[in-house]
Design a protein around this ligand. Structure first.
Ligand SMILES: Nc1nc2c(c(=O)[nH]1)N[C@H]1C(S)=C(S)[C@@H](COP(=O)(O)OP(=O)(O)OC[C@H]3O[C@@H](n4cnc5c(N)ncnc54)[C@H](O)[C@@H]3O)O[C@H]1N2
Ligand code: MOO
Length: 396
């Protein structure tokens, strides 16, 4: 049997999805922008602070008037934070001022209230202040035209805060790819329902939807087609094809009698092949009403690993995210591997930073996959890895 090398198939999938996942920009309100990635640098439209204001509740003065404390000055007014007419400080006087309020013209220092005593009409300043003390100058944090945020930045709360502070209400970010997930199989039931003999809980729908989201994309639809009737799958795919960039399916692509995904999509031009990978050998690539379809094998570990290898890197790139982490570890025990197939074994990192095998290579071992924290990538040409040898791992 001809098995397509994994790297070759990765390139075929990338090419198939090139247009669907081409980077796009959208403008989102700040409230929706957390975790999104900027597409361009953001320049400040204003000075920050916007205006010269007080850092303390106290008295706006001229520093030279309070150079030899104690000094008693008449109080010429009170300035609160908020919209205000410009005020100016008469010579030899003080004005009561609140934190954030506009500094009156002529004042160059603020004396905190705790360094004063007041009769109501006058204030006695007990401590001198240098010029500029407790005065927050306009533009001292950022000037008009300064770069507030670079392009390619993943927006965290502090980034959203500076945009808001600069009066910016929305931001241009990478649009998130929209992905529909369709699981197939007459045996499938929803988790939480009592199974009859032969029925099995649909793990792949939940898994693929979560994988899509964890890769930075949006699940546009999640549909379970729980019979093996081609017309039903046709309806399910029509539902899935609305407002989406890509449809992912699981199951129904191998060599049995009820391979609905093949039956529906092969006449529409889809190709089914076997790649030199285990789990995840059988694979389908096609389109439905103009939307690309990637069909994964139904075994739950095959589905999840197929996603990690073939689609996750593309979605991460489209969302502006870094690729998944790959590291090197020594293996604790020797591994025999099938010749001609790239194996993704499940592993766990041990205390000494080595990796140990979890569970077996079978593609139905969902609990084994859940108990692992890395995939161990064994190249197709490798048939044996000795204990102590170094292997590449993919962090899950
Ligand atoms: N004669 C052959 N039989 C099989 C071959 C082969 O080359 N020749 N390949 C095997 C391999 S490898 C795989 S992988 C599977 C792929 O089969 P399908 O993609 O057609 O998947 P199904 O038959 O529909 O399901 C396989 C397995 O997975 C379970 N399943 C399906 N969907 C889900 C789901 N949403 N959640 C949980 N489990 C699911 C299903 O019940 C089956 O046990 O074919 C082999 N056979
Ligand atoms: O290739 Mo299948 O996905 O191993 O079980």
């Amino acid at each position: 049997m001809h098995r397509i090398p994994v790297d070759e198939y990765v390139a075929i999938v990338a090419n198939h999805l090139r247009d669907a996942l081409a980077p796009r920009t959208e403008t989102v309100a700040l409230g929706k922008a957390l975790g999104r990635v900027t597409v361009a640098q953001v320049l400040s439209p204003v000075d920050l602070p916007l205006f010269r204001n007080s850092q303390m509740d106290g008295f706006a003065v001229r520093a030279r008037d309070v150079a030899s404390p104690p000094v008693t000055l008449p109080i010429a007014g009170i300035i609160a934070a908020g919209a205000a007419e410009p005020t100016s400080l008469p010579a030899g006087a003080a004005m009561q001022i609140m934190t954030g309020a506009v500094i009156p013209e002529g004042s160059d220092a603020v004396v905190p209230v705790e360094d004063t005593t007041s009769t109501g009409a006058t204030v006695t300043v007990l401590k001198s202040r240098a010029q500029g003390e407790f005065v927050r100058e306009a533009g001292s944090d950022a000037r008009i035209g300064d770069t507030l945020l670079p392009a390619g930045l993943t927006l965290a709360p502090r980034h959203l805060a500076v945009l808001a502070a600069a009066g910016i209400a929305s931001v241009d970010v990478r649009a998130l790819p929209r992905i529909a997930v369709v699981t197939t199989g007459a045996e499938l039931i929803a988790p939480g329902v009592e199974p009859l003999l032969g029925q099995l809980f649909d793990a792949n729908g939940v898994a693929l939807a979560a994988l899509v989201e964890s890769s930075g994309a949006v699940v546009s639809a999640l549909v379970r087609n729980d019979d093996d009737v081609v017309a039903s799958l046709d309806l399910a795919l029509r539902e899935a094809a609305v407002d989406t960039d890509l449809i992912l399916t699981s199951g129904g692509i191998s060599m049995g009698e009820f391979e609905v995904v093949r039956e529906l999509l092969e006449p529409l031009g889809a190709t089914v092949g076997t790649i030199a990978m285990q789990p995840g050998g059988p694979q389908l690539l096609g389109a439905f009403h103009g939307i690309p379809v990637i069909g994964f094998p139904g075994n739950p570990v095959s589905t999840q690993i197929s996603f990690e290898v073939l689609v996750a890197p593309l979605l991460r790139a489209a969302a502006g995210r870094a690729p998944a982490e790959k590291r090197h570890h020594t293996v604790e025990t020797a591994i025999d591997s099938v010749p001609g197939k790239r194996q993704f074994l499940r592993g766990r990192i041990t205390d000494g930073n080595a990796v140990s095998i979890v569970s077996g290579p079978g593609s139905h071992l969902v609990a084994g996959l859940a108990a692992s924290d890395v995939l161990i990538d064994i190249p197709a040409e490798t048939t044996r890895v000795e204990a102590g040898d170094t292997v590449e791992t993919w962090t899950l």
